[in-house]
Design a protein around this ligand. Structure first.
Ligand SMILES: *[C@@H]1O[C@H](CO)[C@@H](O)[C@H](O)[C@H]1NC(C)=O
Ligand SMILES: *[C@@H]1O[C@H](CO)[C@@H](O)[C@H](O)[C@H]1NC(C)=O
Length: 206
């Protein structure tokens, strides 16, 4: 009796303490960051440009530099703990972009890519949409020295392989492109490149 009274009055206090205006703010913020992502500095380049060009659905950059495929294969790695900090702020995402980003050695295997997809599902909301891409592609004759000769192309092939694999249920929206004048160090995007990547992301998933 006492405890149900307490619950009733606690509920009343909750309702009183939470007028519509203060409740709508967090949910509006969450609605603007309903999509998470994993990847490396190349994903961060996309996220930087995405925010700069007005993208709202996906998270902004959160310090994913150097987080290549192998840093995401264990579901409770330091990389996933970073992801979970974002989840603590914005809630479990209803969509996740998995960027396959590699160092030339060891590259990546399809088994590792499938592990990333499984981990993305387990850290996201139930039935979340999973988008998958490689790291950005370059103009003919260009490459990313960190991923090595043919490395960026390998990541794109792995993304397409996953999208073609009906057991994975992931969406490949296309490849990101970084043109020669948009590259700052033989791999990463300069400011113009970030803007371009951001616009490509908005075209892919809003
Ligand atoms: C997830 O999708 C399946 C199949 O469409 C459906 O049966 C299930 O209810 C969904 N779960 C949630 C939590 O939306
Ligand atoms: C995936 O499927 C598309 C469309 O059928 C095809 O063009 C592409 O070569 C396939 N890629 C891989 C890596 O399986």
């Amino acid at each position: 009796m006492l405890s149900s009274l307490f619950q009733a009055s606690a509920l009343g206090m909750l309702l009183l303490a939470a007028p519509a205006t203060s409740m709508s703010l967090p949910s509006r913020q969450a609605a603007e960051h309903l999509m998470g992502f994993i990847g490396c500095s190349m994903a961060e380049n996309v996220a930087q440009g995405y925010v700069a060009t007005g993208g709202k659905r996906m998270w902004g950059p959160y310090g994913t530099g150097a987080l290549v495929v192998q840093l995401w294969t264990s579901s409770n790695s330091a990389a996933w703990q970073k992801f979970d900090q974002q989840v603590a702020t914005y809630g479990k995402p209803s969509a996740v972009w998995v960027q396959i980003c590699i160092f030339a050695k060891p590259g990546a295997t399809y088994a590792e890519v499938k592990q990333l997809i499984a981990n993305a599902r387990s850290h996201a909301a139930p039935n979340a949409t999973i988008y998958i891409t490689g790291q950005p592609q370059y103009d003919p004759g260009q490459s990313c020295f960190l991923a090595g000769q043919g490395g960026a192309e390998l990541t794109d092939r792995l993304a397409q392989q996953a999208a073609n694999d009906t057991t994975q249920d992931v969406h490949y929206p296309g490849s990101f492109i970084l043109h020669k004048a948009e590259v700052q160090d033989g791999c990463h995007a300069n400011t113009a490149g970030q803007q371009s990547l951001g616009k490509q992301a908005i075209a892919f998933w809003g």
